[in-house]
Design a protein around this ligand. Structure first.
Ligand code: UDP
Length: 243
């Protein structure tokens, strides 16, 4: 059963459990996909039904932001904690490396995925990066074909939201990969282009604040967080009235 937060159903898993689940999906036939919604994505899903369906249709829905965990608490629902997409990706790559599986990196500005690939192959010996493509292309067909030819088991789709979620739903099956994961700006971090918050900030749930100090232009996007929590409070009020 999923933990529902403002219309999006989250899997209540630790990062290790999520990576185990993803690894198991790689053994199953067919195509699977993972989404990592933060409050901004949930907010969009409230307003856009097709996006909500794209999120809820995923095989794994992981709470990327601390805001989602706070909303769960406000609603009195269970969520073990934050499961940042980038940490999930790290744990999945550890498992893939042990099995010699193949990863394709899609997204970010030209040159970034190549730089990420070089660093990841050093960090996870045994992992094969079977191909890369930047995220600024106009036609899906050639990219899908490149992934298919590369024989990828997993694709990290890092095109920003909602593009990456729609891209996975539309093109995932044709790539031949078993698992696609929508991971936002992760390739920038893997490549060393963007720095992540120090662990102490992460533990305090302040990664968003660190990011804001580095990229002040995100203030508009982040200003929606209080509104998101207010919506969770409103939802709680409605539920109390019903019971
Ligand atoms: N991006 C891309 N293609 C696009 C738009 C964005 O590849 O058409 C990339 C962008 O270069 C960045 C990532 O998608 O690497 C989005 O990063 P952001 O930190 O904004 O992720 P979000 O917060 O949306 O998860």
């Amino acid at each position: 059963m999923r933990t529902e937060i403002l219309g999006v159903g989250f899997d209540d898993l630790t990062i290790e459990e999520a990576a185990d689940r993803a690894s198991a999906l790689l053994e199953e036939e067919g195509f699977h996909y993972v989404v990592t919604p933060n409050p901004e994505l949930v907010d969009r899903a409230r307003r856009e039904e097709t996006f909500r369906e794209a999120l809820n249709g995923a095989d794994l829905v992981l709470p990327d932001g601390i805001g989602v965990v706070y909303a769960a608490r406000l609603l009195g629902r269970s969520l073990k904690g934050r499961c940042p997409g980038i940490d999930f990706a790290g744990k999945l790559m550890e498992r893939m490396a042990r099995k010699g599986q193949r990863l394709y990196l899609l997204g970010a500005k030209p040159g970034v995925a190549e730089a990420a690939a070089a660093r990841l192959e050093v960090r996870y010996p045994g992992l094969t990066i079977c191909g890369v493509h930047d995220g600024y292309f106009h036609e899906d067909g050639p990219v899908v074909e490149d992934i298919r030819k590369a024989g990828a088991d997993v694709v990290f789709v890092c095109l920003g939201f909602p593009k990456q979620e729609y891209w996975m739903v539309k093109n995932g099956p044709a790539t031949g990969a078993r698992l696609l994961a929508g991971l936002g700006g992760s390739l920038d971090v893997f490549a060393g282009v963007v720095e992540r918050a120090p662990e102490s900030w992460q533990r305090l749930g302040l990664e968003w604040l660190y990011r804001l100090t580095r990229e002040p232009k995100r203030i508009g996007r982040m200003a929606r967080l209080p509104l998101f929590l207010a919506a969770a409070l409103g939802e709680r009020g409605k539920e109390k009235k019903r019971t």
